[in-house]
Design a protein around this ligand. Sequence first.
Ligand code: UTP
Length: 299
Amino acid sequence: MRKIKKVVIPVAGFGTRFLPATKSTPKEMLPIIDKPIIHYIVEEAVKAGIETVIFITGRHKRAIEDYFDYYPELENQLLKNRKEDLVEMIRGISNMAEFVYVRQKEQLGLGHAVLTAKHVVGDEPFVVMLGDELIINQDKPAIGQLIETYYKFGKSIVGTTSVPKEDVSKYGIVGGKEIMESIRLVTSMIEKPKVEEAPSSSAIIGRYVLTPSIFQELENTPIGKGGELQLTDAMVNLLRKEAIYSKDIEGIRHDTGNKLGYLKAILDFALLQSDIRDDLKEMLFEKCEKFKEMDEKHF
Ligand code: UTP
């Protein structure tokens, strides 16, 4: 079976939920304390053995290219100040993988963004990771769990998690038969269904292993919900020709594409950092006490 070496990370979206910040800063570059979100995504891919990172970019995404490039002027300045450790740290970012950038000329949806990578991916299986889903698992990176499942079955694998019933309309939902613990043979898929249409509450969460046959399906899939070419619709067509499996991902998931999810991710990451954890805990306790007092006065 061919080794999976390439990841496609679509980052060309407008990030409208974070306007006005995303008018000039890509949403993937918003920081979780001192590292941008996209850093964690690339780190997860590299930990799982990925060697080539293909970003699908658009206008206003130069900051991502600069972040993963060398910065000799800054390095020289840091060296003058004897900050070798910082030089090593910023160089390490550029050396994590080989980076390739492909422009998506029009923002026609996630499926269209993936199709834009066709000529760089070629005829091999690859992974897709969304730039706004952080999944924390220190031992087994989320995408590594899917790659492992791919090596068992040799077919496309979607990463899933169970969501509350009332939330199914925010996700691509898969129905299927459980064949092993946490793995299902997919029998149906639907993008953002109404509650009554959803085949289950198993939601696709921004991690995929795809066989290259997906490109042909993307080329033949009409524009779907929201006037976008939907990756889920192309996978529904692929399902008629090839098996697709779903795997429940183990890990703590943060949807950083919405404001509350982003804030929660920052807090969780901060509580893992030994230099700020204790002060932050104290600050949070104080705030909670204040809220309690305010509530008591109010009622
Ligand atoms: P989202 O649906 O989250 O869209 O796309 P968005 O534009 O980033 O954010 P909102 O909803 O307007 O706030 C999921 C992923 O697919 C990428 C986005 O960059 C994001 O990482 N994407 C989406 C593209 O690369 N191209 C597209 O045409 C659409």
